[in-house]
Design a protein around this ligand. Structure first.
Ligand SMILES: NC(=O)C1=CN([C@@H]2O[C@H](COP(=O)(O)OP(=O)(O)OC[C@H]3O[C@@H](n4cnc5c(N)ncnc54)[C@H](O)[C@@H]3O)[C@@H](O)[C@H]2O)C=CC1
Ligand SMILES: CC(C)CC(=O)C(=O)O
Ligand SMILES: [Mg+2]
Length: 364
């Protein structure tokens, strides 16, 4: 089978971890007889530097012609002085999500074998496991609502964002959460702030309606503030966590850390046609960029999600996941997963990619 993938490595650690994902994909292609053509495009800060805008026309056209987008991360202090809409995040990533209507963001997280003691979970909790999927609405809510901006001056100046959700937007993401739960532990925890926000009241109403079609799935509602706490207190009780755009952004970072590191959480952003953008849940990590120490696992697992959801190559996706599992179970770890006293044993970004690629070559 042949496919076209647009590669947008972006900024900070983006190009470093993307190189490892590409290395792993080469092995996967050979082993499973796939023919993937990659086209690289500038995006984010790199595109601002080279073309003067974060999402050049050529990048967008290249993505339109591809079967999927493999994305690194964008942003960093270098571009923070620019007007908000010209910055990498608001000028490239959000427009890409909007342009392709990538409303469904899946962030699967589980505590890997070998990492139990590294998770900030207490030992008794980690022994019960942690395996959740965050199903996040990605093209609505306060990140996209209009009007947004600033007005006035001096002490009377004010800024405003608009949180807006339609029944249709809530219904389509809720359906995905229930379908996902059906294939797992049949539980959906829907996150909102219905004691305060009008959007959350509608959210709860529509989720209740959708739930009627899934009598086999248990639905619970939880306020976002309580959810941040319950995830720490009893993480093993969660299965599918259904969130709006803002709440999912926040909770998914917490979920990543419950598995040990931001560098482990992959992400699939998919539209109604199965087209998707696949990226690590974390950002460009300017604090470690250029040092060769970033964990490439989130990017590599995002490539696996691309194989699963857009290219429909389940066996290849599973092989990547097994190879990652092998690395972690054998204690082959990047520095952020190790206690400070053991950091001298940390593997580099490249060593991690090599190990995972070799495991696939060896038929893991
Ligand atoms: N999808 C994207 O492109 C995203 C972009 N950003 C942007 O990235 C920049 C930095 O944002 P931050 O808030 O610092 O979040 P961040 O996720 O980049 O970093 C937060 C912390 O996690 C660590 N981390 C993240 N990924 C890691 C990895 N693969 N391996 C090891 N450690 C890792 C970083 O070193 C840092 O200490 C900002 O410009 C932000 O807007 C943030 C989130 C998502
Ligand atoms: C630009 C941000 C909304 C990206 C982010 O933090 C995310 O999608 O998790
Ligand atoms: Mg985020």
């Amino acid at each position: 089978m042949s496919y076209k993938v647009a590669v947008l490595a972006g900024d900070g650690i983006g190009p470093e971890v993307m190189a490892e994902a590409r290395k792993v994909l080469v092995e996967v292609e050979q082993r499973f007889g796939l023919d993937i053509t990659y086209s690289e495009y500038d995006v984010g800060g790199a595109a601002i530097d080279n073309y003067g805008c974060p999402l050049p026309e050529a990048t967008l056209r290249g993505c339109e012609q591809a079967d999927a987008i493999l994305f690194g991360s964008v942003g960093g202090p270098k571009w923070q002085h620019l007007p908000p809409d010209s910055q990498p995040e608001r000028g490239a990533l959000l427009p890409l999500r909007g342009h392709f209507e990538l409303f469904c963001n899946l962030r699967p997280a589980r505590l890997h074998d070998g990492l139990e003691s590294l998770s900030p979970l207490r030992a008794d909790i980690s022994s019960q496991g942690f395996d959740v999927v965050c199903v996040r609405e990605l093209t609505g809510g306060i990140y996209f609502g209009k009007p947004k901006g600033r007005q006035g001056e001096g002490e009377t100046e004010e800024a405003f964002d608009t949180m807006r959700y339609s029944r249709r937007e809530i219904r389509r993401i809720a359906k995905i959460a229930f379908e996902t739960a059906r294939l797992r532990k049949q539980k959906v925890t829907s996150i909102d702030k219905a004691n305060v926000l009008a959007c959350s009241v509608l959210w709860r109403e529509v989720v209740e309606e959708v739930a009627k079609d899934y009598p086999d799935v248990t639905l619970e509602h939880m306020y976002i503030d309580n959810a941040t706490m319950q995830l720490l207190r009893r993480p093993f009780d969660f299965d599918v966590v259904l969130c709006s755009n803002l709440f999912g952004d926040i909770l998914s970072d917490e979920i990543a850390m419950l598995t040990g590191s931001m560098g482990l959480l992959s992400s699939a952003s998919i539209n109604g046609s199965g087209f998707g953008l696949y990226e690590p849940a974390g950002g460009s990590a300017p604090d470690i960029a250029g040092k060769g120490i970033a964990n490439p696992v989130a990017q590599i697992l995002s490539a696996a999600l691309m194989l699963r959801y857009s290219l429909k190559q389940e066996d290849a996706a599973c092989a990547i996941e097994r190879a990652v599992g092998k690395a972690l179970a054998e204690g082959f770890l990047t520095g952020e997963l190790l206690p400070a006293a053991q950091r001298d044993q940390a593997k580099t970004t490249k060593q991690m990619g090599d190990f995972i690629a070799n495991a696939i070559q060896d038929g893991v």
